[in-house]
Design a binder for this molecule. Structure first.
Ligand code: SF4
Ligand code: SF4
Length: 429
């Protein structure tokens, strides 16, 4: 049995784990436990495994890795735990320990995480994806089945066939006008006089959801916020942290703390990133990390606070709402999202069944554990087929990709998966 390889945080982590009184109240809420009914796939079981691993009383082995790796990091257990056990922190520490002992698994995911960090690389990826889709190569690839049914075909199926939805041109010009826009910028420019908000754009979102950033800028300005997008910001570090690469995550966090300065609200439109930004105090950044986390809000929470300033045109559509776990359990922004969408006259919101259940995307889980994540996705896809909505709404880029990929693999005419900000910006009066 090898001794734990992490630095001096072992004591603090064991204290976190000791908060668990093993009551089991979290078990019926844990998606992986509900599927396997195996104690080691439950929050309580995983905490016990992490205690054994970090305390050096349990050997690192394939079975222990499978149970810890199989966690979705959905943090539903944290949201329902009466003892307020910081489960996410315990799991990240256990994964860090596993990665320190054997970094071999998931090497390609680590490579992908690194690839997405430099801004020029993200711009290149954006261009290549646009070319692949716009040239007809994507259609040809899918029709010919040349990629077979392996991992590459699965990865390809995640790319939506349509170009990302964009806010209408009128709305885009208002966003582009920026804080210095004068009277010539057009009648839609709202004077910037309200509180300042700094927008976080993320890395995967920056490649695949650029239009969402524009839509959020537009909505926040329409609600009277002064919006800026700090240019030197970088990836939130979630993929690195959940993959056990704590030091890399810490370096990224430090860059973000510097980029966003020490005042003002930080708005995120991807709930997975927002949850990761809120976890910065766990990365030992000192008081800068604490202050930073307290400033992070979901965009919808900010819009709801100034909803009286927003007016939307009617939209007679049925939209199936997918609530990402991080949005519901960490950001607790589900009611704000519903509240803002309810301000669109005629929009019918329907919940996917089972409501508030993890879709299986879970950060990188849908890439590292495709079979397990597809089992969790299946009820969502069945619900979409049965409910036949006009569109599916999701405010987390990972969930959107996973849902879109599942729908694409069904091979039928399927509704688009859209970020709520795109819908809302398109309906702004
Ligand atoms: S994590 Fe919380 S709810 Fe779950 S067994 Fe431990 S104390 Fe009980
Ligand atoms: S984070 Fe989610 S999947 Fe992991 S133990 Fe908690 S409830 Fe279960």
């Amino acid at each position: 049995m090898s001794p734990p390889s992490h630095d001096g945080r072992a004591g603090a982590l064991m204290q976190d784990a000791d908060l668990c009184v093993k009551c089991g109240l979290c078990l019926p809420h844990c998606p992986t436990y509900l599927v396997s009914e195996h104690e080691a796939d439950s929050p309580r079981g995983r905490i016990t495994l992490a205690q054994g691993l970090i305390g050096g009383t349990l050997a690192d082995g394939a079975s222990l890795r499978a149970h810890l790796d199989g966690c979705l990091s959905c943090r539903k257990c944290e949201a329902v735990c009466p003892a307020r056990v910081p489960y996410g922190r315990i799991l990240d520490a256990a994964r860090q320990e596993l990665a320190a002992r054997d970094p071999q698994p998931d090497r390609w995911l680590r490579w992908l995480s690194r690839l997405l960090v430099p801004a020029p690389m993200r711009a290149l990826l954006r261009g290549l994806i646009a070319l692949y889709r716009g040239s007809g190569l994507q259609r040809l690839t899918r029709r010919s089945g040349v990629l077979g049914s392996g991992g590459l075909a699965r990865l390809e199926s995640l790319l939506p066939a349509r170009a990302p939805a964009r806010a209408p041109a009128r709305v885009r010009s208002r966003a582009a006008a920026g804080p210095d826009a004068g009277p010539d910028a057009g009648p839609d420019v709202v004077p910037d006089a309200g509180p300042e908000v700094a927008l976080f754009r993320g890395c995967v979102g920056d490649v695949l959801e650029r239009a969402v950033l524009e839509a959020c800028e537009t909505l926040l300005r329409a609600a009277g916020y002064r919006v800026r997008v700090p240019p030197s910001q970088t990836c939130c570090g979630a993929l690195h942290l959940h993959g056990g690469q704590r030091e890399q995550a810490r370096r990224l966090a430090q860059r973000n703390v510097e980029a966003f300065g020490d005042t003002g609200v930080i708005a995120s439109f991807t709930s997975g990133c927002a949850a990761s930004l809120r976890d910065y105090p766990d990365l030992d950044l000192g008081s800068a990390g604490d202050g930073f986390a307290d400033r992070v809000q979901d965009v919808m929470t900010l819009l709801q606070a100034r909803l009286d300033r927003l007016q939307f045109r009617p939209l007679a559509r049925r939209a199936a709402l997918h609530l990402p776990c991080t949005l519901a359990n960490v950001m607790q922004a589900g009611p704000a999202l519903r509240g803002v969408l309810a301000a669109v006259p005629g929009l019918e919101l329907i919940d996917l069944d089972p409501p508030q259940h993890c879709c299986g995307a879970a950060g990188r889980h849908f890439l590292s554990h495709p079979d397990a994540s597809d089992r969790l996705l299946a009820p969502k896809l069945r619900a979409i087929q049965a409910l036949r909505p006009d569109l599916v709404l999701s405010s987390n880029v990972g969930c959107s990709l996973h849902l879109q990929g599942g729908l694409t693999r069904l091979g039928q005419a399927v509704p688009p998966v859209v970020h709520p900000a795109i819908l809302l910006a398109g309906q702004l009066v």
